[in-house]
Design a protein around this ligand. Structure first.
Ligand SMILES: Nc1ncnc2c1ncn2[C@@H]1O[C@H](COP(=O)(O)OP(=O)(O)O)[C@@H](O)[C@H]1O
Ligand SMILES: [Mg+2]
Length: 467
């Protein structure tokens, strides 16, 4: 959707410095290399780059309007309109808010320390199956792509709204106080969820109470006729929810939305009975792990609060899929595989090992673990934790790769694994070769490590047979 000059000015409160030739423009871009004939280029000042240096580039590529906060030494020649604002980042948010108000979709916002992206994907999948006010939503659901959840990503997401979009599912992220408040002002949500409160981003937000105060801004900014989903299993979220005076849908063990008789279905994922008030539905999920049941319940609660029926919740949850390498289930020659190689810290290592331990398995449970990075002085301690967790989970075989492998191995053996059960690989190929000889039909394999360890390579080599 394009923009009129007057719209740009009234939405941002900017001043025209050069009128230019055009009255109407195309899409808004912040990356000059994306500018096309008729684009509006907003010059953002980021940590590494200053968009004001790329104004000339944007204009050369065809931008016919430039929004800036500081006049460059050399004003670009040509006919592009120039609008000056006090703060271009704020202007970007204001323009997104303007578009959001104009198209008026139902906006559902997701924040929290963990599980935002997963909950967002599950909720969007539910909405694709749903109808609101008698109209099917399929194809009219906008969602945040990837991790576009900050003061640049959220506006760029909302600016993608099309005229016939009926719902927008947006992820809100934060690492500084005040960010969620501003993001919520931009999105003006009709519904919201805080998935959990945990100790991430403590540099900026100081304490758990600081994290709670920051994320609590989402609930404080929900429209009066909206509804929130409240995770009763998280004490901080429960407290934040208690202060909300509007409509609430609670979820968790004692929530009005809860999961009964959960069961692991191996390479098929999980299933459970979704109880929502006095109604129930059987849900199948292509995800593994207890935390994904919580994410599914949250997505269900928010959808139900927005007026979606339970049948659509069931269908949508059954269609949602994990992203590649995030607890992705797969199989190879009758061996079940959990590919969680995207990233790792000791909490997610423990959760993944626990999932491996609980899976129904006829053969042996084997974990291939690479080092965890960015742990600073805690590195040895955290790797010992992982070794201990592997032993506690009664893993039958452990293959380790990385500088901390000996530390992990020692802890695993100290906590009960037999030395011959714990192998240290020389490299990915070496581990793949050992696995090819070792693995039998019915075994389960977990592969995980920090991104830099590229543990997926073990799987590629195993499957390609090169090893
Ligand atoms: N509800 C949850 N509680 C705790 N950990 C979770 C939860 N959901 C996901 N995780 C963990 O966080 C990782 C990232 O999940 P993701 O959905 O991308 O979260 P976010 O968008 O908040 O970073 C997952 O691989 C998993 O290990
Ligand atoms: Mg995310």
């Amino acid at each position: 959707m394009g923009w009129g000059k007057q719209e740009l000015i009234s939405a941002t409160g900017g001043k025209i410095l050069r009128d230019g030739k055009q009255m109407a423009f195309g899409e808004i871009v912040t990356d000059s290399s994306k500018a096309q004939a008729g684009s509006v280029f907003i010059a953002l000042k980021g940590e590494r780059h200053d968009g004001h240096r790329f104004i000339g580039d944007a204009v050369r590529r065809g931008a016919t309007c430039v929004i800036l906060q500081r006049l460059p030494k050399k004003i670009p020649a040509g006919e592009a309109a120039i609008i000056k604002v006090a703060d271009t980042l704020r202007a970007l948010g204001d323009l997104a808010h303007y578009r959001r108000a104009q198209i008026a979709p139902k906006v559902l916002a997701i924040t929290g320390s963990n599980g935002k992206t997963t909950t967002k994907e599950m909720l969007a999948a539910i909405l694709e199956e749903a109808s609101l006010n008698g109209k099917r939503l399929r194809g009219r659901v906008l969602k945040t792509e990837g991790n576009f959840n900050n003061l640049v990503g959220l506006p760029l997401t909302l600016l993608r709204l099309r005229e016939d979009d009926k719902v927008a599912v947006v992820e809100l992220g934060t690492n500084h106080p005040g960010e969620i408040q501003r993001l919520a002002e931009i999105a003006d949500p009709c519904g919201g969820i805080i998935t959990s409160i945990a100790g991430a981003h403590l540099e900026g937000l100081r304490s758990l109470a600081g994290v709670a105060r920051e994320k609590g801004a989402l609930y404080r900014n929900i429209r009066v006729d909206g509804a929130i989903a409240v995770n009763l299993d998280d004490p901080w979220v429960r407290r934040l929810g208690a202060n909300f005076t509007g409509r609430k849908i609670t979820y968790g063990k004692r929530g009005s939305v809860r999961a009964l008789s959960p069961r692991l279905r191996g390479t098929q994922g999980m299933q459970f009975k979704l109880q929502a008030g006095s109604h129930a539905a059987h849900v199948r999920l292509h995800y593994l792990g207890q935390h994904n049941i919580s994410n599914a319940l949250g997505a269900a609660a928010l959808a139900l609060g927005a007026g979606v029926d339970l049948a659509a919740v069931r269908r949508g949850l059954g269609k949602a899929r994990p992203f590649s390498m995030r607890m992705e289930v797969d199989q190879w020659n009758g061996v079940g595989i959990i590919n969680d190689a995207y990233n790792a810290n000791s909490a997610s290592m423990r959760a993944a090992l626990q999932t491996l331990a609980e899976l129904p398995c006829r053969g042996r449970r084997i974990a291939v673990l690479g080092d965890m990075f960015e742990l600073g002085k805690h590195s040895a301690k955290e790797h010992r934790e992982v070794g201990k967790a592997a032993a506690r989970a009664a893993i039958d075989g452990l293959y380790l790769l990385g500088k901390q492998a000996t530390t992990t191995r020692r802890a695993a053996v100290a906590h009960g694994m037999r030395p011959e059960q714990v192998m240290i690989g020389r490299n990915h190929t070496d581990i793949a070769r050992q696995l090819r000889q070792e693995l039998k039909k019915g075994d389960w394999l977990l592969v995980k490590g920090s991104r830099g360890m590229k543990m997926e390579t073990v799987l590629h080599e195993l499957k390609s047979g090169k090893a």
